[in-house]
Design a protein around this ligand. Sequence first.
Ligand code: ADP
Ligand code: MG
Length: 277
Amino acid sequence: PPIPEQRVERLVTATHRAVAAPASLSARGISAWFGDHQVLDDVSLEMPAHQVTALIGPSGCGKSTFLRTLNRMHELIKGASFAGEVLLDGQDLYDPQLRMTEARARVGMVFQKPNPFPAMSIYENVLSGLKMTGKRASLGEKDDLVEEVLTKAGLWSEVSARLREPGGALSGGQQQRLCIARSLAVRPDVLLMDEPCSALDPTSTNRIEETIRELRADVTIVIVTHNMGQAQRVSDQCAFFLATATTPGQIVESGPTTTLFENPADQRTDDYVNGRF
Ligand code: ADP
Ligand code: MG
């Protein structure tokens, strides 16, 4: 007998994609509110595949909020609302047909504070994201997947002999790379990173920056950073966000990173990237 449609859908979701496919992400006319407090006003940004986009700007200008609209986390916040469109390779991320878990699987997120499950083994931490997104890998696939994504996250040589140790036994920088590996295991098209190095020492920061530059081949990256050196080292393009006491967050200027840093069109961009406010 034919397989019921619902079951087919589940089987398709369970099939683990063999390769990641970086997608272009297009945010169009994004406005966002917490209650009646508007924090983003009509923000549009193209984030092309195979590029690293850095979001820069002072605290409170809406960078994290913007990032959360890109993987539907914003709608999970009580009282939060949103207008605009997010397209992932042309597909509407907010299409009611697209399940939340699928959206979350395609657009991964790494946070400022590394958040592995501290008591769970390094191995199981890497695979933990698969369960949350309803994806599965067979036993043989699991070992290969763990090695592959830990290698991509620049952590394999340090942990290959201690995969059964708890995630919490790792240093902060290693924990962050474990979180990157966990995100990669789901094969996202896009990886969002919200100040991923702010809680880390300079050596760990260097390692993560190296990883980001290499990951560009596998995944489209959007990173929020307050570190102007980092924005210049890792990003292809930059968007400078600004809010004032009376205006919600907007993009003042976006474009190639070298342009924003060396030849910005707006005086406020020049002031910000040179540390004048
Ligand atoms: P950034 O990441 O650039 O520092 P955020 O996106 O975190 O900025 O915050 C933008 C604005 O939204 C700020 O005014 C902040 O106080 C407000 N905000 C952020 N999160 C919440 C929330 N959960 N509830 C209410 N207001 C929030
Ligand atoms: Mg923030």
